[in-house]
Ligand binder design. Structure first.
Ligand code: ATP
Length: 588
């Protein structure tokens, strides 16, 4: 996050804090409290694609925990904070473990169930004071000074919000953050590069619940009273409204959305009864209409999409002092000279259809092997079995002497198998450099907390240097800062190759790499693959373009009706009557 922006916001807040009357400070306090929750919703919904209708319940959990701790157990509000955050995180972890496995609308529905049940629990547990609530919550004190005035609590709320914004921004700009940003639009890609997306969704869910609990804690000690009504289902829906209005893809969108809705609510609550002639919650209707208009014109970008232009990341120069990522040990394994990848009797059925029947072949070291075959022959099924996306029903797959076909898809890249996709799968909204860096995710370790605290600067430099090296190799280092989605299909395919190379693979698996490329782009791609082979890499590709594979491959494997029809060098395969018959339907 830019220091200039942060400092400017801080100055504005100090001026506002010192000059605004209590009424406006109170409104700003609510903006800050809502902003904290909405920030979690941005990460959950905008980044990870998880729609939660249960965030208000986490706010309530935070508020009630500190109220009970300080009133019934006479603990300090700061212990109340630890308990509120701890309990919310534990509840989110438990709920997330169950619900985040669900897909489609089952996931939002299950968060709704959590939101509803928590609300009813708050209203029925005797110790929590039923629907009357608990009053007499003590104020927070800092260094013996009690934060009872609007101005004092305003300071604490906004410091908490700014801190949460900085930590969240640090997180999203880190290795873990890039992995999180890939979940929503490129989950399969992330998994193929060793990223445990289910775990990351759980981490974000817990993180969002902590922000909500923090808001609840501040709320309880600001109001000195808690009752269930601010933590009901409509409140959770309002947090989603805020994020949609502010912009689900921007951290500042949370603050803008919270400010817009709180300001509008204040205005409408005063103005609407006068216009309509009777009291009621008519502002909800206006909110609904507002959401429809915003979604219609600005999609997910919200108001922040209008306010801020997409900032182009700075270009990065490859520097020797950035250091190198550790490489995979290869030398001992190389000495034997045997095949790198071995397929033995691979078979796969879909119901009654046998898509693959006992396919066996090898890929040697420094060899390019191509799989070709007519439509529906079973090439994609075979490719999916080799990349771990599908598990074969029969047969074995060895990388050197290690059986890998039973492994989880994430393990393949750890073993040295990296891939590209038939339909390019880059992460939208990320630069070329960031997309490429994703490929090296498994080559370093590091947790969420150290990422949020920005303690991984050296590691980040190494990752950037590695990505730049690979982009240079494929000739795209000059467009590193551009949005990957804005480049041509040929360039996007090259980014996918650079990303795969970042994983330091022993074998590169390419799914129709020449599809949709122009002749010149195909020639460039062929010469790049030849260079990579010279550098010691083995390559296995599935391709439709016969001309492309003939000039490039050491060996070609022809698949037809799920079986290996022919295997040999390009010259022999080209003239083999069985191949000609399979492709043209007639013998030569
Ligand atoms: N998930 C699936 N469920 C059921 N049948 C499938 C599935 N995937 C593939 N098939 C069938 O398996 C056979 C092989 O399909 P596959 O996609 O592997 O062929 P292909 O050689 O890649 O074809 P194309 O070149 O057209 O992509 C086809 O008959 C296809 O309909």
């Amino acid at each position: 996050m830019s220091r200039v922006v942060l400092l400017s916001v801080l100055v504005v807040l100090v001026v506002l804090g010192l000059s605004l009357p209590a009424y406006y400070l109170n409104v700003l306090n609510y903006v800050g409290l809502y902003g904290l929750v909405a920030l979690g919703v941005v990460l959950l919904t905008g980044v990870a694609g998880v729609t939660s209708f249960g965030q208000a319940a986490f706010v309530g959990l935070g508020a009630y925990t500190t109220a009970v701790a300080t009133i019934h157990f006479e603990l300090s509000p700061w212990i109340g904070l630890l308990l509120a955050v701890g309990l919310s995180a534990a509840a989110a972890w438990f709920i997330g473990m169950i619900t985040l496995r669900l897909s489609g609308h089952y996931l939002p529905l299950s968060t709704m169930a959590w939101g509803l049940s928590a609300y009813y629990l708050f209203g029925t547990i005797e110790m929590l004071g039923g629907h009357t609530g608990i009053s007499g919550v003590p104020p927070i004190s800092v260094g013996g000074f009690e934060l009872t005035s609007q101005m004092a609590i305003f300071g604490l709320i906004w410091v908490a919000l700014l801190l949460a914004l900085v930590l969240s921004a640090n997180l999203l700009e880190s290795r873990i953050g890039r992995a999180m940003r890939s979940i929503k639009t490129a989950r399969q890609t992330a998994e193929s590069f060793g990223i445990d997306t289910s775990k990351l969704r759980l981490v974000i869910f817990v993180y969002a619940s902590i922000l909500a609990a923090l808001s609840g804690w501040l709320y309880a000690h600001m109001l000195r009273f808690v009752n269930p009504s601010p933590f009901d289902l409509p409140a959770s829906i309002e947090y989603l409204f805020m994020v949609v209005v502010g912009g689900a893809s921007s951290l500042w969108g949370a603050v803008i959305g919270a400010a817009a809705l709180t300001g509008l609510q204040e205005f409408l609550q005063g103005a609407l009864p006068g216009i309509i002639g009777q009291a009621g919650q008519y502002e909800t209707i206006v909110f609904g209409l507002l959401i429809i208009v915003l979604l219609q014109f600005n999609g997910e970008r919200g108001v922040s999409g209008w306010l801020f232009k997409q900032v182009q990341p700075k270009s990065y120069a490859l520097q020797t002092q950035d250091g190198e990522l550790p490489r995979r040990a290869r030398d001992a394994a190389r000495a034997d000279g045997g095949p790198l990848l071995r397929l033995r009797g691979i078979g796969k059925s879909f119901g009654g259809l046998r898509a693959l029947k006992a396919v066996s072949f090898d890929v040697g070291q420094k060899e390019i092997v191509s799989i070709i075959g007519p439509n529906g022959a079973g090439k994609s099924t075979l490719f999916n079995c080799i990349t771990g996306v599908l598990r074969p029903d029969e047969g074995e797959l060895f990388l050197r002497d290690k059986e890998i076909s039973t492994q989880n898809v994430r393990k393949f890249v750890q073993k040295g198998v990296a891939r590209t996709f038939q339909h390019v799968k880059l992460v939208s909204g990320m630069s070329v450099l960031e997309n490429t860096m994703l490929g090296a995710h498994i080559r370093v370790a590091g947790g969420t907390i150290s990422a949020a605290l920005h303690l991984e600067r050296d590691q980040e430099k190494q990752l950037r240097a590695e990505a730049m090296k690979q982009l240079k190799r494929v000739g795209l280092d000059n467009v590193q800062h551009m949005d990957a989605a804005s480049l041509s299909l040929g360039q996007q395919r090259l980014i996918e190759i650079a990303r795969a190379l970042c994983a330091d693979p022993e074998i590169l698996l390419l799914d129709e790499p020449a599809a949709g490329l122009r002749q010149l782009e195909k020639q460039k791609l062929a010469s790049l693959l030849q260079d990579l082979r010279e550098d010691g890499l083995s390559i296995l590709l599935v391709e439709h373009d016969m001309g492309f594979v003939m000039g490039l491959s050491n060996r070609i494997v022809v698949i037809n009706y799920g079986e290996k029809l022919v295997e040999g060098d390009p010259a022999n395969v080209r003239t083999d009557p069985r191949v000609i018959q399979a492709y043209l339907g007639t013998a030569a």
